[in-house]
Ligand binder design. Structure first.
Ligand code: HEM
Length: 438
């Protein structure tokens, strides 16, 4: 049996891939001892990952926790409310919640955000540029990869521009480890977000805008969504959309800074090549290390000796599935060319059509032919924001690297800290400098 898994170990957080490779070598599904004394089943093989994510015997509803304290403060109420979202639900509730959101997230509405995302990106790139001129070194996570997704979610939710700075601050606080902030700062931010979204929903109901959230609020009454569910939806859109996209932007920047030939190829190759960089980053550095936890509702025999009893916790490790050598030759190499449109490797994955095929699982990827990555999940909970995230990254990366051609990493990649845990993965800091202008 491989060693006990400690998700808080900084070495594991920095590079979990050797551990996952060892685990996968023993079989695509394995029961693992965790450092907190519990056990969980980890799915590291690509094919089994797809199977599990499409199998209704793996539930998304968290187990009822006996004796859970009553939400007794605005901060606890906000957190409890967040737990009611669609990612924590199974059919038929999930279908009801998801149908409404899909109706609001039409490709036309998402694509209409393009000019605004371009404008927000240009504003941030200008800030990064002047910070570099003033201070010499800039943390690209803090100045670019974090604020851009939050600002874009602000567009999706139709948050007035004047309120965006507050949204950014509250999101930053609730996403930071509590010991990194002043006492009470996180609770205050939770309460502020709860109050803000409550007011926002009332406002959208009275005077809807042309944003996606207004469409959702409008459809909610016909679709039987109560205000609590709408509030949970606003929270979900914020949290599902910001840290994931932040990690995608940070990891892609890091990979390009450490693979100068790929950066040069992207600069020369234009739009298709940038789209391939985004797809390959999603495979190579999956922003969500694992999906949300699943729980078996009955005994499940996955074949090959993997029999999971009922009521067990299961984690599909997307980061490991993306490095499965059975599906991705030379899986540890960062090679955007795998996903160049028109090659046998990744045709269409950069398009919504590709995403739909991922979702439907219609495409059978043969051995030696890289499969579509699973970074956006698979099955009924397939990411609702994939089109938006892809658009954001393919707008942001070329604009950043075009405006700052001499961008260079200001530290050794091995020294970069990563967020601990099994859920999200990406560098927490990315110090860059402007080394050589040409
Ligand atoms: C690079 C960026 C992103 C990545 C890698 C990503 C990945 C994922 C994954 C893997 C899931 C499924 C989780 C599971 O099965 O447990 C998911 C679900 C979801 N994502 Fe994303 N996501 C990204 C960006 C976004 C954005 C920008 C939004 C919206 C603004 C969004 C909204 C959602 C929602 C609402 C769900 C839940 C869908 C459901 O339960 O049916 N995501 N995402």
């Amino acid at each position: 049996m491989p060693e006990t898994l400690n998700p808080a170990d900084p070495g594991f957080a920095h590079d979990p891939y050797p551990y996952y490779a060892r685990l996968r070598a023993r079989g695509p599904v394995a029961r693992v001892a965790l450092a907190n004394g519990t056990h969980a089943w980890l799915v590291t093989g690509y094919d089994r990952a797809r199977e599990v994510l499409a199998d209704p015997r793996f539930s998304n509803v968290p187990p009822p926790r006996a004796g859970r304290p009553k939400p007794d403060s605005p901060a606890r109420r906000a957190q409890a409310c967040l737990a009611r979202h669609m990612l924590n639900s199974d059919a038929p509730d999930h279908l009801r919640l998801r149908r409404l959101t899909t109706a609001a997230f039409t490709p036309r509405r998402v694509d209409a955000l393009r000019p605004r995302i371009e404008r927000l990106t240009d504003g941030l790139v200008a800030e990064v540029s002047s910070l570099l001129a003033r201070e010499g070194t800039v943390d690209l996570v803090d100045a670019f990869a974090f604020p851009l997704p939050v600002l874009v979610i602000g567009e999706v939710l139709g948050v007035p521009e004047a309120d965006r700075a507050s949204l950014r601050e509250w999101t930053y606080r609730v996403g930071s480890p509590t010991d990194a902030l002043e006492r009470g700062a996180t609770d205050e931010a939770w309460a502020a977000l709860h109050a803000y979204f409550t007011t926002l929903i009332a406002h959208k109901r009275r005077s809807p805008g042309d944003d996606l959230f207004s469409a959702l609020v409008h459809d909610a009454s016909e679709g039987g969504l109560d205000d609590g569910e709408l509030l949970a939806m606003a929270f979900l859109l914020l949290f599902a959309g910001y840290e994931t996209t932040m990690n995608l932007l940070a990891s892609a920047s890091l990979l390009l800074l450490t693979h100068p030939r790929e950066l040069a190829a992207a600069r020369e190759g234009g739009e298709a090549r940038w789209a391939a960089v985004v797809e390959e980053t999603l495979r190579h550095a999956s922003p969500l290390e694992g999906t949300t936890w699943r729980r078996t509702t009955e005994r499940v025999d996955l074949g090959g000796g993997a029999v999971i009893p009922a009521e067990e916790s299961v984690l599909v490790v997307l980061a490991a599935a993306g490095r499965d050598p059975e599906r991705f030759p030379d899986p540890d190499a960062f090679r955007p060319a795998r996903y160049l449109a028109g090659t046998a490797t990744g045709d269409g994955t950069a398009t919504d059509d590709g995403a739909r095929r991922d979702e439907g699982g219609e495409r059978d990827a043969g051995v030696g032919r890289p499969a579509p990555h699973l970074a956006f999940g698979h099955g009924p909970h397939f990411c609702l924001g994939s089109r938006l995230a892809r658009m954001e990254a393919t707008i942001a990366l070329p604009r950043l690297f075009d405006a700052l051609p001499g961008l260079a990493l200001a530290t050794e990649p091995e020294r970069l800290p990563y967020r601990p845990g099994l859920l999200v993965r990406g560098p927490r800091e990315l110090p860059v400098t402007h080394a050589a202008r040409h």
